[in-house]
Design a protein around this ligand. Structure first.
Ligand code: COA
Length: 258
């Protein structure tokens, strides 16, 4: 397991901590691989009764590593995309998943929350899905799950404009369960995970299966992945990635509509 993803099992709760704070916890292919392995372990190891996802530092995650997006956009990405494995594992997981989110949760940092069963936010949490700003499309089945959860117009706003959604709105709209202070976040999340771990695991697993149509969710991930791959290779996306690297605003007026 990479140092940037830590996993620790205690009293039936497997805690995964995202920890690449010098890059704002941006997720690399290697990190997705470690996350996928951890979710697989949580589902397969009978000693794990709840999974808790949290992050070190002042924000949850800045989303996918944009340098890696840029490499993929020119055909220089890794042979195996671990993100695919991670998203499938998350979508089909039957172990109850708790998330503790402080600061910004960008891109997959927000869309992964749609696969969690209990989401706790700190007061300063901001959910941001800037896929269109990067000339991409939503992933992790969020194009299906987010409109279902919060309605089309709010989901369109989040996806198309990429403006941050604050903790109060996220709770009011049903993306998260509740908010707490940043200083209480971890302890509170651990308490909730421990409570869930004390419930009958077989019943929880059966309930979770009934609540989520995993086959439909995976089918949507597949639909999105094909379009996402096309978008990654587009001139618009290359302009967005170059602009990020050069710390400037992208100029989409000179790129073709592809
Ligand atoms: N991929 C790669 N590197 C990233 C990154 C990402 N997603 N997010 C941040 N970093 C890097 C920055 O380039 C910067 O590197 P530098 O020190 O070499 O300049 C470092 O992490 C610190 O980030 P910085 O932007 O200075 O921090 P901030 O607190 O001002 O802003 C964010 C934090 C998350 C708002 C901002 O970094 C950001 O918008 N990141 C991109 C988010 C994004 O679009 N993700 C993809 C979603 S699909």
């Amino acid at each position: 397991m990479t140092q940037a993803i830590k996993a620790a099992l205690s009293d039936g709760v497997l805690t995964i901590t995202i920890s690449r704070t010098d890059r704002k916890n941006a997720l690399t292919n290697e990190m997705y691989g470690a996350l996928a392995d951890a979710v697989a372990r949580a589902d397969e190891d009978e000693g794990v009764r709840a999974l808790l996802i949290q992050a070190d530092g002042d924000l949850f995650t800045a989303g996918n590593d944009i340098g890696e997006f840029a490499a993929q956009s020119t055909g220089n990405g890794p042979e195996e995309q671990h993100v695919e494995r991670f998203l499938r594992r998350l979508a089909t997981a039957t172990v109850p998943i708790v998330a503790a989110v402080q600061g910004k949760a960008v891109g997959v940092g927000t869309t992964m929350l749609l696969h969690c069963d209990y989401v706790l936010l700190s007061d300063d949490a901001q959910l941001i899905t800037p896929f269109v700003n990067l000339a991409l499309v939503p992933e992790a089945a969020s194009s299906l799950l987010l409109p279902l959860r919060i309605g089309h117009v709010r989901a369109f706003d989040m996806f198309a404009l990429g403006d941050p959604v604050c903790a109060d709105d996220a709770v009011a709209w049903g993306i998260a369960n509740k908010k707490t202070s940043a200083s209480e976040l971890r302890a509170e999340a651990a308490k909730i995970a421990a409570k869930i771990a004390a419930r009958p695991a077989g019943s929880l697993t059966a309930m979770k299966r009934l609540m989520r149509d995993a086959a439909m969710i995976v089918a949507q991930i597949d639909n999105e992945s094909a379009i996402f791959a096309d978008r990654l290779a587009s001139a618009e996306a290359r302009e967005a990635f170059s602009a990020f690297a050069e710390k400037r605003k992208p100029d989409f007026t000179k790129t073709a509509h592809v």
